[in-house]
Ligand binder design. Structure first.
Ligand code: NAD
Ligand code: ZN
Length: 248
């Protein structure tokens, strides 16, 4: 039996599957990951949350970067990897997708919001750090690129930031709790496209394993947790998942 057959088999015999996705599932949609050659961290140092809060110049730099790289994100479409997961969700075989991604592509592939757990937020909209009010990016982009205006909340005058979790910012508690619950109750946990180095997110595969789930890792290159997995496939996610789930 080859590895794809083994994956098919694992999917076929599982009752509650959880997917755990990272930047690697979206590279085939044209969004670079962080740590591969040419990835985002080879160009930029991250802006820490405290720095964002402390200085207007940092907030300006953050929005400047956001709108300089926005095009790729706006044009991106879900790929075969996203579609394979959407199909498993639709069939009721996959209970949820825990994602570190901020690109909104799982939603775009037709997965209902209620099945997606975003650990690092979402960059396709912004929110007020004080009252949580949602702000769309269009008007912010227009004002920032037009006159350099930094966004403030119209409801409470609070600082507005993309709805992502920055380094040094608190993790979203509700999502973390949901992710933990899903992880503890699944029987198959599939990691797709994550280098598994960003904690606490990278702790979930170990929790799944400890609770008796089967652990599968699909990633182009080796991860620190390959040794814990029942099946490791070092290959491209799209083609691998299309074959395993039967989608194009
Ligand atoms: P990462 O960049 O650390 O790791 C991505 C992994 O995916 C790498 O090991 C790489 O070898 C692998 N990979 C890339 N393309 C692949 C493909 N087509 N098939 C199989 N494997 C592939 O990403 P991470 O573990 O998600 O952690 C980085 C952080 O970056 C996360 O916190 C996330 O919020 C953020 N991020 C998100 C996006 C996005 O939303 N699309 C993009 C970049 C970074
Ligand atoms: Zn507000």
């Amino acid at each position: 039996m080859d590895d794809i057959e083994r994956l098919k088999d694992a999917i076929g015999s599982a009752r509650r599957i959880v997917a755990f996705t990272g930047a690697g599932i979206s590279t085939e949609s044209g969004i670079p990951d962080f740590r591969s050659p040419g990835g985002i961290w080879t160009k930029y140092q991250p802006i820490y949350f405290d720095d964002f809060m402390a200085s207007e110049e940092m907030r300006r730099e953050s929005w400047r970067r956001k709108f300089a790289t926005d095009e790729t994100m706006i044009k991106a479409e879900p790929n075969a990897g996203h579609r394979a997961l959407a199909k498993l969700i639709e069939q009721g075989r996959m209970t949820s997708i825990i994602t570190q991604n901020i690109d909104g592509l799982h939603q775009l592939s037709g997965v209902p919001d209620s099945k997606i757990i975003e650990l690092h937020g979402n960059t396709t909209y912004a929110s007020c750090l004080d009252c949580g009010h949602r702000h769309e990016l269009g008007p912010i982009r227009k004002a920032f690129l037009g006159s350099g205006k930094l966004p403030l909340c119209e409801k409470c005058d609070g600082i507005v930031k993309t709805a992502t979790i920055s380094f040094g910012q608190a993790m979203p508690e509700i999502q973390m709790a949901r992710a933990q619950d899903e992880t503890m109750n699944c029987d198959l946990f599939i990691v797709l496209g994550s280098s598994l180095v960003v904690y606490p997110a990278a702790g979930f595969p170990r929790i799944a394993k400890r609770k008796g789930a089967k652990l599968v890792i699909v990633n182009r290159e080796a991860t620190d947790q390959d040794d814990d997995a029942d099946l490791v496939i070092h290959a491209e996610i799209g083609p691998t998942m299309s074959k395993a789930v039967g989608v194009n």
